[in-house]
Design a binder for this molecule. Structure first.
Ligand SMILES: Cc1cc2nc3c(=O)[nH]c(=O)nc-3n(C[C@H](O)[C@H](O)[C@H](O)COP(=O)(O)OP(=O)(O)OC[C@H]3O[C@@H](n4cnc5c(N)ncnc54)[C@H](O)[C@@H]3O)c2cc1C
Length: 299
């Protein structure tokens, strides 16, 4: 196998490098460390960077062109991630929308849903958060209890989500809710504005001093049936498709950044424990590898 970059890849790499050199405003990290820095300021900075990337056609790289993406290959996407890490770009604000929900809508949503939700997701006009985990359902996500009862043209949602990244800043939440008692087949995937009556968001303060995530409570919150992705009971299948999408991209960005000398090491250290938990804890990832890759069975 020839692992060398093709002339076309090298041209794309050069294009990204030149664009980043011309468009990345420095020093954004110093801005954040200043005593005047606020979390709202960080969100504004991430939103502005995302808009710049979107205007230049560098968002949703592997999404189809008809949905605002670039139709890029996996190698091109990796080149973009590596160059961004090397240039030390700010993270985008809507990474959960673009990394998790966007691909889910492209694969499982209706034409109308894609038309409605994808453009403001890319332009950062609507920020999304992910409502999967609950106080009693993390690693064992399928034991989730938040319920969605069909009543007329609505789902009536009750329950609690937790560790909701960007909950305090998001406009919308994509939620897994139980429409039936069946463990996997009874979960549905819903889209809800966080301004829906009956939805309350409470920020959670982290060890780093930030409140990047929160808890979301649903009390008889009415979500229109039109906001269901896929069919009733398709939620588990859709969630599993969406979570394979995020993993390797995140690792590439992190490992490249580690080589830099100007990383905020204290913050990275404090966050590192969280990285062994979210998107599935290390133990649970090892269980999946043991079963699916090594073919081992539980004793
Ligand atoms: C920074 C951060 C951001 C997050 N963002 C979001 C978000 O935006 N949206 C969202 O829905 N969730 C989010 N989460 C939640 C995350 O998905 C859960 O924390 C994770 O799935 C683990 O669940 P838990 O915390 O309930 O721990 P538990 O599931 O209670 O696990 C506790 C411990 O038991 C171990 N364990 C559990 N089951 C097994 C098993 N079968 N075999 C071996 N060991 C096991 C785990 O590895 C862990 O060490 C986030 C979490 C963090 C830390």
């Amino acid at each position: 196998m020839d692992l060398r970059l093709s002339p076309e890849h090298l041209r794309f790499q050069g294009e990204i490098r030149a664009w980043l050199a011309a468009n990345l405003e420095r020093p954004w990290r110093e801005q954040l460390r200043s005593p005047a820095a606020t979390e709202d300021g960080l969100i504004a900075l991430r939103r502005a960077w995302q808009r710049k990337l979107n205007d230049a056609g560098y968002l949703g790289l592997d999404w189809p062109k008809e949905w605002g993406g670039r139709g890029a290959t996996a190698v091109e996407k990796s080149l973009f991630e590596a160059e961004s890490a090397h240039a030390d770009t700010p993270p985008i604000v809507n990474f959960l929308g673009i990394g998790v929900l966007g691909p889910a809508l492209i694969h499982h949503g209706t034409e109308e849903q894609r038309r409605r939700y994808l453009p403001p997701m890319l332009s950062a006009d609507e920020i999304w958060c992910q409502g999967f985990s609950e106080p009693g359902a993390g690693s064992d996500l399928a034991s989730l209890k938040t319920s969605a009862r069909i009543e007329g043209d609505d789902f009536v949602v009750n329950g609690q989500k937790v560790w909701t990244t960007f909950g305090p800043w998001a406009d919308w939440i994509f939620v897994l809710a139980r429409t039936d008692a069946d463990r996997y087949g009874g979960i549905s995937f819903l889209l809800a504005p966080l301004t829906t009556p009956g939805v309350t968001v409470r920020p959670l303060r982290q060890i780093t001093g930030e409140s990047e995530f929160g808890e979301v409570f649903f009390e008889d919150a009415r979500v229109p049936r039109a906001n269901l992705v896929g069919k009733v009971g398709d939620g588990w299948k859709i969630a599993m498709t969406a979570l394979d999408v995020l993993g390797p991209g995140g690792q590439l960005l992190r490992s490249s950044a580690e080589a830099r000398g100007d990383v905020d090491w204290a913050r990275e250290f404090l966050l590192s424990r969280a990285e062994t938990i979210f998107s599935g804890s290390s133990e649970v990832q090892r269980n999946i590898l043991a079963k699916r890759v090594l073919g081992l069975r539980e004793a």
